[in-house]
Design a protein. Structure first.
Length: 330
């Protein structure tokens, strides 16, 4: 054991286009594409060796506190699976927190999984790459825990930055960082806004619902994958056309709403109408749907736009260029 205590962080992400094409039922038939950006909001994991003087072997703190003496007693599935996967035998105290609410469409579960895996590997003295963290997190969430999610969140959390991810039939993933000028990045994010719907939701329930329409959704997902490729081209232009970018994002949202019954709600329809009324160039609900955060793009600066939306909780995110990392080690 090289350390007794480690603090890790992993960023949350905004998926701009292509969500849903990173799920195996689609990319096993054709290439999935997602454009996403990590933002300056994070999930934090502190893991330390638990002293033998404590009565329990495991103390897990998140929205609740768990005390357990065996792995089987741990209720948090991700914690239990990560400890088992990394073959970690020492007593552990694990605590986690985040900058934003969980189940809000920003990939927090996968960010937690990636940060926890990094913490456990670090305590063991293992050297792990971003690609290894991403694949291990995918294996744990999708293969072991049978969560009906895709692969984009784990890769975003592990690598950070603004990227196009491609998901191939053999299960491999290509990471293509988008080389955008600092000025264009600044302009893009200065016009970006995240709006809180006030509702959290279970992504698993919404994604399970989409399986009912799986055969009909293939054509929609092909469209989303194609739109992501067009968005990449737009983002790489020397001068950004924000109207074109916004339209692509909204077009993607209109397609996404067709994937299931639970994606759009009364609250999200109200926000969509209001964003249209105040001249948003583009918008979409993030994550699986049903609640969480809206992403929106404006011609004006986000700071000025927030004043028009003072009855909503909104903030201006910034790009996080770094992925999961160790913050402190003792």
């Amino acid at each position: 054991m090289v350390a007794k205590s480690v603090l890790t962080i992993a960023p949350l992400r905004v998926s701009l286009l292509g969500g849903g094409t990173d799920i195996e039922s689609f990319y096993s038939k054709g290439t999935g594409r997602v454009i996403s950006a990590t933002i300056d909001k994070h999930v934090y994991v502190h893991a330390k060796i638990h002293d033998s003087l404590f009565q329990e072997k495991y103390r897990i703190s998140y929205s609740q506190v768990e005390l357990a003496n065996t792995l089987d007693e741990i209720k948090n599935e991700i914690v239990r699976a990560c400890i088992q996967f990394t073959d970690f035998h020492d007593s552990l105290q694990i605590s986690t927190s985040a900058d934003l609410p969980a189940s809000s469409g920003l990939g927090s579960s996968s960010s937690f999984t990636v940060a926890l895996l990094l913490a456990l590997h670090t305590l063991k003295g293992d050297k792990v790459s971003a690609a290894q963290l991403a694949e291990e997190a995918c294996h744990i969430e999708i293969d072991l825990l049978k969560s009906p999610i895709g692969k984009q969140d784990q890769y975003s959390a592990a690598f950070g930055g603004l990227n196009q991810f491609e998901f191939y039939q053999n299960g491999s993933v290509s990471i293509q960082p988008l080389a955008i000028s600092a000025n264009n990045i600044k302009n893009f994010f200065s016009k970006s806004l995240l709006i809180w719907t006030g509702k959290t939701r279970s992504a698993s329930i919404i994604l399970e619902n989409q399986k009912l329409y799986q055969s009909n959704n293939v054509s929609h997902l092909v469209e989303l994958s194609s739109l992501a490729l067009i968005l990449k081209t737009e983002l790489l232009k020397a001068t950004l056309d924000f109207k074109a970018i916004g339209k692509l994002i909204t077009d993607g949202w209109e397609i996404k709403k067709k994937l299931g019954d639970l994606i759009e709600t009364t609250e999200t329809m109200d926000i969509s109408r209001e964003l249209s009324d105040i001249g948003a160039l583009g918008f979409k609900l993030l994550g699986a749907g049903g609640g969480g955060f809206f992403y929106s793009l404006f011609e004006d600066s986000a700071a000025n736009t927030i004043r028009k939306l003072d009855h909503w909780k909104a903030f201006n995110p910034q790009l996080e260029t770094m992925g999961a990392r160790v913050v402190s080690l003792h």
